[in-house]
Design a protein around this ligand. Structure first.
Ligand SMILES: [Mg+2]
Length: 321
């Protein structure tokens, strides 16, 4: 959809709602969203990230709507993701899809049952050991170690020099990971170390679409890992498996190149994402009411009818809604 070198079209929340709603049919809608930089503003401390309340409300409404599925897909663990989002009825695909849980409506994240690929269990000890060693080696205040079972992420987004910090963390990982079984994924603000063949967002999205078979799929994200998922959506759309949009969220000073290349449209910020989700929830609710509810009677026509059917009545009448 986007020509090479040209970013996706930046839309306002309302514009995107009006683009999406006419495409919704009866075949179900799947909304798959990243967390950091998409539903939560980017903050210096990864443990300080919080979902925008308007996005939470909208996702709760959407997850409770028949025919609509909500999935959160993030590098965070499923438990961390569910604890921060607290959207009941949603599917939580944590650690890029390695973990999966469904939070019951009104349920607590801590009690959510989480499934993990059993083949990755043999990497848990390696990852823990690596986390311990690198944390000891790089003990700067900017270093944040995120332990994720068979994976570990070393965050350095608060370091004064990102490039120097990344080199330092990478060197520490090389020294500590003597087995070399884990694969390094260096990013601009974090270095992730994962088992070979562990699920990535693209695999998680493909499986979810195969399972749920939605007529329409919306994928929202801000980073390179999300761009992989955008590409899967485009591929499945071309194959007429599902329709939908890949929505890039502009959360950083610059949109990563793979995101700009793979997205169909863009929203300006996580706050705009929240407005979009709220607008979508409202539009879907209104659409369903239009189909199922009796014709609306305005207050003045109701009064007129009440007067016509009961001329002697002078009491107030309530409009039927
Ligand atoms: Mg993100």
């Amino acid at each position: 959809m986007t020509a090479p070198g040209v970013g996706p079209r930046l839309l306002g929340a309302r514009e995107l709602v009006s683009l999406v709603v006419p495409r919704l049919g009866d075949g179900g809608l799947l909304i798959v969203s990243d967390f950091d930089g998409t539903l939560a503003r980017i903050v210096m401390d990864p443990w300080g990230a919080a979902v925008i309340p308007e996005a939470r409300r909208a996702l709760r409404q959407l997850a409770g709507t028949p025919g609509v599925h909500v999935a959160l897909l993030s590098g965070r663990t499923a438990l961390d993701l569910a604890s921060r989002a607290r959207v009941g009825g949603a599917i939580y695909l944590g650690n890029h899809g390695v973990e999966r849980g469904i939070l019951a409506r009104g349920g607590r994240a801590e009690t959510m049952r989480i499934e993990r690929d059993p083949e990755l269990e043999s990497y848990v000890e390696d990852a823990q050991l690596l986390a311990d060693r690198v944390a000891r080696d790089v003990s700067e205040p900017w270093m944040v170690v995120e332990r994720k079972g068979p994976s570990v992420a070393f965050h350095f987004r608060a370091a004064p020099d990102l490039v120097a910090a990344r080199d330092r963390v990478l060197e520490a990982v090389e020294r500590a990971d003597t087995s070399g079984r884990l694969v390094r994924f260096p990013g601009r603000r974090a270095l992730e170390v994962r088992p070979p063949g562990a699920a990535a967002k693209r695999d998680a999205l493909r499986l979810l679409i195969e399972e749920l078979r939605p007529a329409t799929t919306l994928v929202l994200g801000d980073d390179a890992a999300d761009a992989d998922a955008f590409m899967v959506l485009r591929e499945l759309r071309d194959a007429a498996v599902t329709d939908g949009f890949a929505v890039a969220v502009h959360a950083h000073a610059e949109m990563p190149e793979p995101v700009a290349a793979a997205a169909d449209v863009a929203l300006a910020s996580p706050a705009e994402t929240a407005r979009f989700l709220a607008g979508l929830a409202r539009a879907i609710r209104a659409g369903r009411q239009a189909v199922t509810a009796p014709p609306r009677v305005t207050s003045s026509t109701a009064h007129a009818r009440a007067r016509a059917s009961s001329p002697s009545s002078s009491g107030p009448s309530r409009p039927a809604t």
